[in-house]
Design a protein around this ligand. Structure first.
Ligand code: ATP
Length: 370
């Protein structure tokens, strides 16, 4: 499933050079994104970056100052929210407290005056979909937070919208429940084939649920790609740093002529060698980014690696399945190395103040242009 790689695929949603200003303030700055049918698309970024504004424009609750939004090829400029094949699920769920689970889900269908038997059949299908058939007669206060979230989801899917917008849908749930609910959400999205666009500031959540992620910052779109590519090949220091844990080492990068890049990063230290996409083809000030789990830590100097630097263990975080070592280098730089704790007992012998070697392969990191 990768319609975005198919040049002939028609997007369900198309943002075309969309800008949104509130007075002098630019909340969305010239953003273009295509989203395809059946995608689970995440808008990710820190508070205030414009995620909600972008979603509200899609729902028709805000109008772009410039640019166009198309849904199914149709310009949405003069189409009010209720005339779009879009539904929105809000963070607060907004369930009716005096209505049962069943009646909450049936509400929109009854308002649309659908035939009674059709409503019954549809609500039946929905309570089964979200596994609440046993709770259909209960009121919202008689079910758990996670179950309420599922009622809200069933209610927003009852009218079979083409597109469902979810604004921080799991924001009210605690971490464990939130993780379980993410899998449920993916399952329901797949079963119904509805296109989901989710707003979240939680990078782990976006990585878990999304087919693709749009990373935003201050109204700008920084990168759109699959979770794996966002993680493995971020296009900027901002994305590398926002998604997951990363070591950032600044230096002067220059091409070595054989497709590899060398990075001079500190006096008296050997240069680093990297082979990576988007490395500059002239000498330039750059940042080298490497994930802690790609860094190997050892007491002995590794013989088979070009990139090997020495340091002292300053801190160890034991996380059960993983341990993270913070290593201080001679020039004051700190580099984190993360190892799995499932085997290799020898690694557990590493302790505070130990002199160690950090090493990695030439393809393990990435050089990012300023
Ligand atoms: P959060 O995660 O905190 O909800 P967000 O990324 O969804 O943040 P938006 O709600 O889209 O951010 O807001 C983007 C920027 O636009 C913010 O600086 C916000 O203050 C501003 N903004 C949003 N709506 C309005 C408005 N109606 N009038 C003026 N400024 C607004």
């Amino acid at each position: 499933f990768a319609p975005w790689e198919d040049a002939k695929a028609k997007p369900l949603i198309s943002f075309q050079n969309v800008t949104k200003k509130f007075g002098d303030f630019t909340a969305i700055d010239n953003i273009s994104i295509d989203i395809y049918e059946r995608e689970f698309f995440a808008l990710l970024g820190p508070s205030g970056c414009g995620k909600t504004t972008l979603m509200r424009m899609l729902g028709g609750f805000e109008t772009p100052t410039m640019g166009k939004i198309l849904i199914d090829g149709q310009d949405m400029a003069n189409v009010p929210p209720n005339k779009r094949a879009v539904n929105m699920m809000f963070q607060s769920y907004a369930l009716f407290p005096h209505l049962s689970v069943w009646d909450n889900i049936a509400f929109g269908l009854r308002r649309d005056k659908l035939p009674k038997d059709q409503i019954e059949a549809r609500v039946e299908e929905m309570v089964k979909l979200v596994r609440l058939d046993k709770f259909a007669r209960r009121k919202p206060h008689q079910i758990s937070g996670g179950q309420r979230q599922r009622v809200a989801l069933a209610r927003s899917l009852a009218k079979a919208p083409k597109l469902l917008l979810l604004d921080e849908p799991l924001g009210a749930l605690d971490k464990k429940l939130r993780q379980d609910t993410q899998f449920e959400l993916m399952d329901i999205q797949e079963k119904t084939g509805t296109t989901f666009v989710i707003v979240t500031h939680d990078q782990e959540e976006a990585m878990t649920v999304a087919s693709r992620i749009a990373v935003m910052d201050e109204g700008l779109l920084i990168q759109v790609d699959t979770p794996a590519r966002i993680y493995e090949t971020p296009n900027s220091v901002y994305v590398a740093d926002f998604i997951g844990d990363v070591n950032l080492i600044e230096g002067n990068a220059s091409p070595r002529g054989d497709g590899k890049t060398i990075l001079h990063w500190a006096e008296g230290q050997p240069p680093l060698v990297a082979e990576c996409p988007h490395a500059p083809d002239v000498e330039a000030r750059c940042t080298f980014a490497i994930r802690p789990e790609k860094v190997t830590i050892s007491k002995e100097k590794p013989t088979d690696r070009t990139n090997a630097i020495q340091g002292k263990i300053e801190d160890i975080a034991y996380l059960g399945n993983l341990s993270t070592y913070s290593v201080l280098l001679a020039n004051g730089t700190r580099v984190k190395a993360q190892t799995a704790n499932n085997r290799r007992l020898s690694r557990r012998e590493l302790t505070w103040e130990d002199d160690v070697w950090l090493s990695w392969t030439e393809t393990a990191g990435i050089v990012l242009d300023k």
